[in-house]
Design a protein around this ligand. Structure first.
Ligand SMILES: NC(=O)c1ccc[n+]([C@@H]2O[C@H](COP(=O)([O-])OP(=O)(O)OC[C@H]3O[C@@H](n4cnc5c(N)ncnc54)[C@H](O)[C@@H]3O)[C@@H](O)[C@H]2O)c1
Ligand SMILES: O=C(O)C[C@H](O)C(=O)O
Ligand SMILES: [Mg+2]
Length: 607
């Protein structure tokens, strides 16, 4: 099935991912009203009310989507805090998906932090307490034999484009959240729809429950996941592999996005599957791409080149090393030097301090950056000592250590570079290595700042004039880039996600940086233009996939403007489509409402 309920071929001569026009539906009455994909609530038209046995089930006034958004927004505002707003939105998603996405679409800058980081982190921590209805696919390590079957309930070979999977071990910056991790898979997918128009009925959120090492959860009588320590080693690898193989077999077109896996597994799994399937690790690659785009924008403002990069990364875990790799590869390509040579421009710090060849237990990912022990002058190995010796022009935090970019550290950095680029990226907000107001104050407004979570603009009497100015701080979050990379990969039906496709994505974001035109503007484009950013990123990714010979989709337009149109045409929009009743016999799975909500619809009688 798939977007098949109306097979309108596009003018490009293919079946687009998202279609417009009437939507076939075999559900009626209360079953229809409780189905989030088809439900329109008070917006069902008089004809639909008649054809779908809804007349007595709705108050008589027929309303528009805009009126529904207005009501929903008022209800949203009445919720007392962000977590309550987040759970309100989750309920709305379970009731009426078009309204949910439209509400978010119309209020995106305001609601982004409520459906995503940082509030989603609170929702995940409280998963077993705020739980009302399940959403997503729960697989557990003791039922490996059931993985194929449980996955198969979500559709047939053509039905799924995008899978987000987590094992819940390293969620945002809040660590092991066990099966509550399902909410990060759901949130990342909501973003792919919102930011890149990926069809919400063609995605699959998954949690691989392997137990949890979070004592609080293990001792919580209401915890919903496997109540045991994490299973690791061969059994874990076998579980992940069973999932990946089953997903590939059942949904051969689907792109697999790995999210928030633990340090020991994220990179290892990526290295294992990348050469074989279209997959992506958001924390490694998404973070690397968006951060590199921010650095490029910063260098533009400081009028420096990649040769000038002297990058210190504080917190050399999944994200830190992912960023290092992305920056190193860009330096190597731009300068035409080896990766080893390029790595000399990057210094990593972790718990033991600066990483050197003598540091014990270096991970495989950290090794390329370890500096020769004799290069190190100071006895101190901490951040301050490193900043003093290295004189970096870029400082990045991915450590989860709040306030670790102290005044002393920042002043030391600012004493040797005119405009330090400082990116505290640890989420959620309370874990940021520094807050923008401090960074700007300590540098008299000179720091070029972008943060992992959103911050309000900062006002201060900076610059020559001493007049109060307002500085907008960019959010440097992988959400700027992963939706577009996913969109480009699935539209081109890329067999693999290559390095060049990622570099293309970085260039796509960097060229849209407001700082290119105005050196006081944010380093990265904001959420208000996120769909346009996704189109550009997707275009770059598709062009690169074609050049690399990994695109399998036929009929991709060569012309840039046509390609943009081809992309936009396939993006899903939150608008109601007229419903057309079809008899259940012979109806598609989509029309029968069997995708995504298999458990709750199957077996229920239509009215
Ligand atoms: N903004 C984004 O787009 C984005 C993307 C991914 C991750 N992150 C954030 O980055 C942070 C790290 O995520 P991760 O997945 O890499 O986690 P991780 O656990 O893999 O890495 C954290 C690293 O910091 C190190 N660290 C801890 N305490 C330290 C200290 N006192 N000094 C130096 N190093 C220390 C750890 O040893 C580890 O290597 C999280 O807060 C996460 O939310 C942000
Ligand atoms: O999810 C985010 O906000 C970014 C990133 O993927 C993270 O794990 O922190
Ligand atoms: Mg993440």
């Amino acid at each position: 099935m798939s977007p098949s309920s109306n097979k309108t071929t596009s003018r490009f001569g293919h079946l687009p991912l998202s279609t417009s026009g009437p939507l076939e539906c075999a559900l009626k009455g209360t079953v229809l009203l409780t189905h989030p994909y088809f439900n329109k609530g008070s917006a069902f038209t008089p004809d639909e009310r008649r054809d779908f046995a809804l007349a007595g089930l709705l108050p008589p006034s027929v309303q528009t989507l805009e009126q529904q958004v207005q009501r929903a927004y008022e209800q949203y505002c009445a919720r007392p805090d962000d977590l309550a707003k987040n759970t309100f939105l989750t309920s709305m998603k379970e009731q009426n998906e078009v309204l949910y996405f439209r509400l978010l679409h119309d209020h995106l800058p305001e609601m982004f932090s409520v459906v995503y980081t940082p509030t989603e982190g609170d929702a995940i921590q409280n998963y077993s307490r705020i739980f009302r209805r399940p959403d997503g696919l729960f697989l557990n390590i003791h039922d490996v034999d059931r993985v194929y079957h449980d996955l198969s309930l979500w559709g047939t070979a053509d039905d799924i484009d995008y899978i987000v999977v987590t094992d819940g071990e390293e969620i945002l910056g809040i660590g092991d959240q066990g099966c509550g991790g399902i909410l990060i898979s759901i949130a990342k997918l909501a973003l792919t729809t919102l930011c890149a128009g990926i069809h919400p009925n063609r995605v699959l959120p998954v949690v691989l429950d392997c137990g949890t090492d979070n004592e609080e959860l293990l001792n919580d009588p209401l915890y919903l996941g496997l109540r045991e320590k994490r299973v690791r080693g061969e059994a874990y690898d076998n579980f992940v592999d069973t999932f990946v193989k089953a997903a590939r077999k059942l949904y051969p077109k689907a792109y697999i996005h790995f999210e928030d896996f633990g340090l020991q597994n994220a990179r290892r799994l990526l290295n294992k599957y990348r050469p074989e399937i279209p997959c992506f690790n958001d924390d490694v690659q998404g973070t690397g791409c968006v951060t590199l785009a921010a650095i490029f924008a910063g260098l533009h403002v400081t009028k420096q080149k990649v040769d000038d990069i002297r990058l210190v990364i504080f917190g050399a875990g999944t994200a830190g090393v992912g960023i290092a790799d992305q920056v190193r590869d860009a330096i190597a390509t731009e300068r035409g030097i080896s990766k080893e040579e390029a790595a000399k421009q990057i210094w990593l710090i972790d718990k033991p301090g600066i990483l050197t060849t003598d540091t014990e237990d270096l991970s495989e990912g950290q090794k390329p950056y370890a500096k020769a022990e004799d290069e190190w002058e100071s006895k101190d190995r901490n951040l301050l000592a490193v900043v003093k010796q290295v004189k970096p022009n870029v400082l990045i935090g991915t450590s989860t250590v709040p306030r670790s970019f102290t005044k002393e550290v920042v002043e030391a950095m600012a004493s040797s570079v005119e405009r330090p680029i400082i990116l505290p990226l640890s989420n959620p907000t309370r874990l940021h290595e520094a807050v923008p107001s401090d960074l700007l104050e300590w540098t008299n407004g000179k720091a070029l700042v972008a943060t992992g979570s959103p911050f309000k603009p900062v006002k201060g009497p900076w610059g020559e004039s001493g007049k109060e100015v307002e500085i907008e701080v960019a959010e440097c979050n992988n959400s700027v880039v992963f939706p577009g990379i996913g969109l480009g990969s699935i539209l081109s039906r890329a067999k693999l996600v290559t390095d060049k496709m990622l570099v293309a994505a970085v260039n796509g974001v960097a060229q849209l940086s407001p700082a290119l035109k105005d050196s006081t503007a944010p380093l990265l484009p904001g959420v208000d233009v996120v769909r346009d950013v996704s189109v550009v990123v997707a275009r770059k990714v598709i062009q690169s996939a074609v050049e690399e010979g990994v695109a399998t989709q036929e009929g991709i337009p060569d012309d840039e403007a046509e390609l943009d149109e081809w992309i936009r045409e396939q993006m899903w929009d939150p608008v109601y489509r007229p419903l057309k009743y079809v008899n259940k016999e012979g109806a598609s799975r989509e029309a029968k409402g069997e995708m995504r909500v298999v458990g709750s619809v199957e077996g229920r009688e239509q009215q």
